[in-house]
Design a protein around this ligand. Sequence first.
Ligand SMILES: O=C(CO)[C@H](O)[C@H](O)COP(=O)(O)O
Ligand SMILES: [Fe+2]
Length: 221
Amino acid sequence: MENRIHPSILNCDISALGSEVASISSADAVHVDVMDNHFVPNLSWGLPVVESVVAGPLPVDAHLMMMDPDRWAPAYAEAGCASVTFHLEAAHAPVRLARELHRLGARACLALKPATDIAPVIDLLSEFDMILIMTVEPGFGGQPFLDNQLAKIARTRRAISEANLDVAIQVDGGISRETIERASEAGANVFVAGSAIFRSPDRAGEIAALRSLADHACGIR
Ligand SMILES: O=C(CO)[C@H](O)[C@H](O)COP(=O)(O)O
Ligand SMILES: [Fe+2]
């Protein structure tokens, strides 16, 4: 499975959104964090900002950290996001919502906070294109990677292989040159990195370095 790098623009310079996104054009998609100050203790932006990122050069991976995604997530698919990620902890009917996102032409992704077990949703994996295993508590960029999520990544990858499914595993939070190999070895293949990329003076170089480390760690050369 191909490794993908999705820079998070959470801590980019929003006053220069166009050139900030252009600076990561070698990435596979741009990860846009939507926070509602209820599901997480932080507020970022909503649909109008996401729509302006959709108008840019990269596919948009929308990470919705919000209550009641059943009500709000379909609008992000309608806006043209390539994938829409909602949290299991906040969803009322995750399967119905995944099917609705697919009907609207987006990929559907299910996110789990660090304390949420994958076991109760193993039988639902076939409904999703991607599972997001949070490697920090959602809400803020720049937090340290939680190694205690590696076993969950490995369990999820095993379950996907055993069911012979083609489901990506995304990791988000604390991904850097120091941590990406561990996540890749455990079975992740889509890597969100915010501060590691946006704090780098050479963003294209950082994206290439992360991709290369992930490729080597899982055996792609
Ligand atoms: O979802 C998120 C936070 O809830 C962000 O995508 C994530 O934190 C990225 O930032 P960093 O790479 O700096 O940890
Ligand atoms: Fe995120």
